[in-house]
Design a protein around this ligand. Structure first.
Ligand SMILES: *[C@@H]1O[C@H](CO)[C@@H](O)[C@H](O)[C@H]1NC(C)=O
Ligand SMILES: *[C@@H]1O[C@H](CO)[C@@H](O)[C@H](O)[C@H]1NC(C)=O
Ligand SMILES: *[C@@H]1O[C@H](CO)[C@@H](O)[C@H](O)[C@H]1NC(C)=O
Length: 340
């Protein structure tokens, strides 16, 4: 999902900071974050793919200090939720994209980012972008990192590093609706043959498998985001031809249906996987709150592509320049929040 929800970081942080009190080994590392997901948290993996979903072009990055305002592949003007969490963990640098050639050695211990714009829980999701890393592949890649960690620290310390000092955040699912189930052309077969209930069931089954695989690779502290109000994004509103101040009903209904099942899944995993903690981040509610009460948060507008940089750029101009990732994509809110 190509949208910006920087503000949600606060909620993540409330849950995340407390588990990191003392470590014991590799003491210079306070905590590491291993980040999985879609464009909400992609930190540049898609730069290394042949894909139509890319954010390596201005105005992405205009408020990102670490790059001096240059695009990095993040689908946002500033930091992602993953970046902000990393800062709070005291990491010396942001979790590095898995596909970057210099993501090797000690850098792995501070956190790695596997997220990919256009990616989803299902393998077929995001096919329209030609290439992207689906969640199954992201877990495969973590398995590669896992083996490198054994080499770096030795198996016992590597295990302890992952179990005690590492946060696993998973922000995925929006594309499974937007760029799969709800896509008019490519998924028409699936939509005819699968009811929403069956499709969501399928998503939950796959995600259960993916989270369990991470657990089997020694992940223990999880933050899993649900799907936001995807009926409120400009692209859905455009194709469904509704008013600026309204949201499309079906996508929001599907998101809520999925979110309820996700909540149940996380409860189940908390009960069944010993030593693991799964925290549910309610992206839907937070984004809905932002859309409804945007003025309270100092935003000038909600529910439109609002790109604000050093020079104001209008939605249409930007869309003309960056056709796919921004207009076909699904930006909800692109805001500057200097205090975050
Ligand atoms: C890898 O190279 C990029 C670009 O030069 C740099 O910004 C980044 O900090 C490097 N990452 C690591 C882990 O050294
Ligand atoms: C998706 O692809 C991966 C890697 O190619 C494969 O291991 C996995 O079984 C596939 N998952 C589904 C649900 O087809
Ligand atoms: C990780 O990779 C190894 C092979 O190198 C495989 O045996 C194992 O099943 C993989 N683990 C997961 C959870 O995918």
């Amino acid at each position: 999902m190509n949208s910006q929800i920087l503000v949600l970081a606060f909620l993540f942080l409330l849950f995340i900071i407390s588990p990191f009190v003392s470590g014991g080994l590799d003491d210079d590392i306070l905590g590491a974050s291993y980040i999985f997901g879609d464009s909400l948290v992609d930190a540049g993996n898609n730069n290394y793919l042949n894909t139509l979903s890319k954010a390596d072009i201005s105005p992405n990055g205009i408020d990102f200090k670490a790059s001096g305002g240059n695009p990095t592949g993040r689908y946002t003007n500033g930091r992602t939720i993953g970046d902000i969490v990393g800062e709070e963990l005291g990491q010396p640098n942001y979790a590095v994209p898995f596909l970057a050639p210099n993501t090797t050695g000690k850098a792995l211990l501070y956190g790695v980012n596997y997220a990919s714009g256009g990616g989803g829980i299902m393998n077929a999701t995001g096919r329209i972008f030609v290439n992207r890393l689906s969640m199954d592949i992201q877990v495969d890649f973590f398995n590669v990192t896992r083996k490198q960690m054994d080499k770096l620290l030795g198996p016992t310390k590597a295990r302890e590093h992952l179990m005690k000092k590492s946060i696993f955040s998973i922000t995925i699912g929006s594309n499974d609706f937007l760029n799969n189930y709800l896509l008019p052309v490519l998924s028409i077969g699936e939509r005819i043959s699968e009811t929403p209930e069956a499709f969501i069931d399928h998503l939950i089954t796959n995600l259960r498998g993916q989270l369990t695989r991470l657990y089997n690779l020694d992940a223990r502290k999880f933050v899993v985001g649900n799907v936001g109000p995807i009926g409120c994004i400009p692209y859905q509103k455009t194709i469904n031809q509704i008013n600026q101040d309204q949201c499309v009903e079906l996508p929001n209904k599907l998101a809520l249906q999925y979110d309820k099942r996700l909540n149940d899944l996380l409860t189940e995993l908390n009960e069944n996987l010993p030593g693991a903690t799964f925290v549910h981040a309610n992206v839907y509610e937070l984004v809905m709150e932002l859309i409804t009460n945007y003025q309270k948060y100092g935003l000038v507008a909600a529910m439109e592509v609002s790109l604000q940089g050093s020079s104001p750029v209008g939605q249409h101009l930007v869309c003309a320049e960056i056709v796919l990732s921004m207009c076909f994509g699904t930006h909800i809110i692109q805001v500057r929040l200097p205090t975050l």
